[in-house]
Write a protein that binds this ligand. Sequence first.
Ligand SMILES: Cc1cc2nc3c(=O)[nH]c(=O)nc-3n(C[C@H](O)[C@H](O)[C@H](O)COP(=O)(O)OP(=O)(O)OC[C@H]3O[C@@H](n4cnc5c(N)ncnc54)[C@H](O)[C@@H]3O)c2cc1C
Length: 431
Amino acid sequence: MSIETLEYDVIGLGFGPANLAIAVALEEDRRVREHGLRYCFLEKKPAFEWHGGMLLDDSRMQISFLKDLATLRNPASRYTFINYLHQKQRLEAFINISTFTPSRLEYNDYLGWAAAHFNDRVHYGEEVIGVEPVLEGGEISRVKVISRLADGRTRARITRNLVVSIGGEPLIPEVFRSLKGDRRVMHSSTYLERIQACHEPRRLAVIGSGQSAAEIFSDLCDRYPNAEVSMVMRSQALRPADDSPFVNEIFDPAYTDVVYGQAPAAREALIQANAQTNYSVVNLDLIESIYQRLYLQKVSGHAPHSLLPSRHIEAVEASEQGIRLALQGPQGREDHLFDAVVLATGYRRDGYKRLLESLQEHLREGVERDYRLCSQPHLSAGIYLQGCCEASHGLSDTLLSVLAIRSQEVVDALLDNRRHRQPTGVASACA
Ligand SMILES: Cc1cc2nc3c(=O)[nH]c(=O)nc-3n(C[C@H](O)[C@H](O)[C@H](O)COP(=O)(O)OP(=O)(O)OC[C@H]3O[C@@H](n4cnc5c(N)ncnc54)[C@H](O)[C@@H]3O)c2cc1C
């Protein structure tokens, strides 16, 4: 059988939490079985893992476990975190620890447990490298998805709908670009595997002032108590993430309508006003523990760990001696030499544009409320986008908060793939 005869109704690109939630919603939707929908997912990693490079022993979830893959949509689902605990015979013990925020290690185990139910639907070890239109009489009702296997072979599949949920790509500041490939400079996304390969480093730096930077700083201090560890950041102080209850309502699924319903400038203002819930902020407990750590150093007089706030990195140079950072700060210019540098500098979320390049001329600017990319009238194949719609759907789009509800919204749209459909009263963001 030619590989091109593999034809689907839905293909999901990536199998992180977003498309895992889609898999759960598809399985639980009676209509999907009735219509005999054919669907699969393509994931470039060899097995399911949720941000494996940052599965630090002490790390905790930044969100309630009740915002799991299913509870908000269907509390009776077998894919809830509570059912996972029950299956693992840890429900009572979990209750005894009185928390809404489990460790990330446990949450990764939960997601992996849920993902294992879909092993026959997921093709691991396949990186999607492109999506091409299938032109038939001037119409495009199907697209071809091309993926690359670990051994370099490529595979093609045809589908009527695509759900692109490929997450973010490491954001490398311009000043570090020339050091690509230098093993001593690593992004937080590969932190654990790369730091373990570092041989007895003496001087280490982490760049950034967000949650990952603070977690890595603490981890480096514990891992190498005698090394000099510096946290280099633009901001003047570590600031706490605002997770107070009124503010937290922006992560309620219903808030997506509020954001989407605004004009672009008002939307941007809303997102900016609430950025301190997610960007360049740190959990307050962690800030306090870092402060305490640095205070104890003052008491002992032995201070190998330090924050370098209000610093701008002017230049970076690699030599046999190490990685030299030229910093501009409150006291003028400083030079520091490090054996390794960790970039906790965040992610960019425009990788989907590269994958969809061949479809570009058939698409229009914008994304609809149901996460479908706006398209020219002759493109009826549905292209849905999750995790890259912060500008149109709000801050929860890159997070786990709305997974359970958003997955149902996308599944409803997939089952009802008609052209130019708009839910009543909901404006379209299509240009
Ligand atoms: C360290 C860390 C901790 C976090 N903690 C929280 C938290 O506590 N709460 C919260 O709400 N959010 C948290 N987040 C935000 C995070 O974005 C979400 O938790 C979640 O991972 C989003 O799921 P996703 O499926 O959209 O993206 P991802 O989890 O990034 O999954 C995308 C998947 O697509 C795959 N992929 C990418 N490109 C391709 C391709 N070309 N072909 C095939 N597969 C591809 C990737 O391998 C990956 O498995 C955290 C993020 C990080 C980095």
